[in-house]
Design a binder for this molecule. Structure first.
Ligand code: HEM
Ligand code: HEM
Length: 167
């Protein structure tokens, strides 16, 4: 191939060192396990929001001090950002190491989760206006999200084992 043809085909050849390629495969699994823990914490905070709303008198005053709604919104926002980045990151690293993506359950469930959390977060202004439809849609979406997350944890660990066995 002439030099010109090579440059046209591959205008910006990026050389990634082999060790970076290999070890980058562990960043996504570690991040996602952290996010699984964060999701369970978000669930706990969400349940506390509902308990606070239902409580009365002194019990309500005590629960209000927990500022669960504020904490939940903050944790939810962090979860949203890191899940979108983590999911894109998983695809980038898979592509760098294999030259392709694997259209299997981990990819499809991962893309599904990324869509679900975006819609779930987009309900925030409606929930804050006290709309029950938004609250129940938010809860239903997030139950689905947590279900898919447990699935991702299982298939993700299987992929990690395959990567280690090939090292
Ligand atoms: C694992 C993920 C999540 C779970 C399990 C979850 C669960 C819940 C639950 C149970 C509620 C209470 C609903 C009610 O008031 O009846 C709630 C409220 C809320 N969630 Fe989430 N949520 C998650 C993620 C998120 C995300 C990603 C965001 C936004 C970035 C978010 C923002 C909110 C807001 C703004 C409220 C209303 C709080 C208020 O009443 O002031 N949540 N969530
Ligand atoms: C919970 C633990 C998880 C583990 C241990 C895990 C592990 C992995 C591993 C090892 C890869 C392959 C990387 C490579 O080949 O270099 C991968 C790819 C991927 N992961 Fe995860 N993952 C987890 C959760 C998630 C979650 C929650 C999402 C999305 C929200 C996600 C989305 C993806 C996507 C889209 C890919 C690219 C798949 C492909 O094209 O084959 N993962 N994951």
């Amino acid at each position: 191939m002439t030099l010109l043809a090579h440059v046209i085909e591959n205008p910006m050849p990026i050389e990634i060192p082999e060790s970076v390629k290999v070890y980058s495969q562990f960043v996504h699994p570690a991040l996602m396990w952290g996010l699984l823990a964060l999701s369970i914490y978000a669930l706990y905070l969400g349940v506390q929001i509902r308990r606070t709303r239902a409580a009365q008198g002194d019990a309500k005053k005590e629960l209000l001090k927990g500022r669960f709604n504020v904490k939940h919104y903050q944790m939810g926002s962090i979860l949203l950002a890191l899940m979108v980045l983590g999911s894109i990151g998983g695809m980038v690293v898979t592509y760098i190491n294999n030259g392709k993506l694997f259209v299997g359950s981990h990819l499809l469930a991962g893309l599904g989760m990324t869509g679900i959390i975006a819609v779930s977060a987009s309900l925030s202004p409606f929930m804050q206006k006290g709309q029950d439809w938004a609250r129940y849609t938010h809860i239903a979406l997030n139950v689905g999200l947590l279900g898919l997350f447990s699935w991702q944890a299982v298939t993700g660990v299987q992929i990690v084992q395959r990567i280690i066995s090939k090292m």
